[in-house]
Design a protein around this ligand. Sequence first.
Ligand SMILES: NC(=O)c1ccc[n+]([C@@H]2O[C@H](COP(=O)([O-])OP(=O)(O)OC[C@H]3O[C@@H](n4cnc5c(N)ncnc54)[C@H](OP(=O)(O)O)[C@@H]3O)[C@@H](O)[C@H]2O)c1
Length: 195
Amino acid sequence: MTIGQVTTGTANAPVSTGPLTARVAVLGATGYAGGEFARLALAHPGITLDALVARALAGQELEAMLPGIDPRALAGGGPARVDFDGLLERIEGGTVDTLVIALPHGAWTALLAERPALARAAEGLRLLDLWSDHRDGSAGYVYGLPEAYRDTLLMRLVEGMSGAEIAERSGLTPASVRVNLHRGMKLLREHLGAS
Ligand SMILES: NC(=O)c1ccc[n+]([C@@H]2O[C@H](COP(=O)([O-])OP(=O)(O)OC[C@H]3O[C@@H](n4cnc5c(N)ncnc54)[C@H](OP(=O)(O)O)[C@@H]3O)[C@@H](O)[C@H]2O)c1
């Protein structure tokens, strides 16, 4: 998985003051990878699955899209089912701070070229890439940096938080924060080609 273009503290992705959570839209939710991610997200306590996105989702029943899903996971109507216009509305409405992109190779890049407003809106979001457009680590994307290291590094390097502050924000023990920082910095140095 590639994780890229992380921005914190924007209108779309306000800096959290509590335990880390993500408000997620899954792009390509009618496909295999997107559907499997949606199942995991519905069971994850740190994820609010805000929307399932594909080109023709109108009228689709959630149970048909996610066969065998525990109906309790869909309490309250479950995530919205929207096309890419609907996704833009949800981003602008502030209910999404993370996009999980499970589209065929090249489709996301093509969408951004066709939809400048979506491209601008996505700039403020956290993007998780299940596709392969950036597996060479290009354009600011970091390939395979685990989420725990990434969030801890962001709090240290972008927000300037101390180890104790990171522990309080994330719920990790101070020892785990130190381990995440050490391993995350090692991965980043390797990625950047630094010794
Ligand atoms: N399958 C795996 O085991 C697996 C594992 C890891 C990573 N991946 C990666 O995940 C990505 C998706 O793979 P998949 O196997 O889940 O594919 P898939 O089953 O064919 O699903 C593709 C999804 O993308 C949408 N889509 C197709 N063409 C599109 C376009 N031009 N513009 C916008 N949306 C489009 C489809 O929805 P609509 O046609 O309804 O819009 C569908 O929801 C690929 O990049 C793949 O490399 C797959």
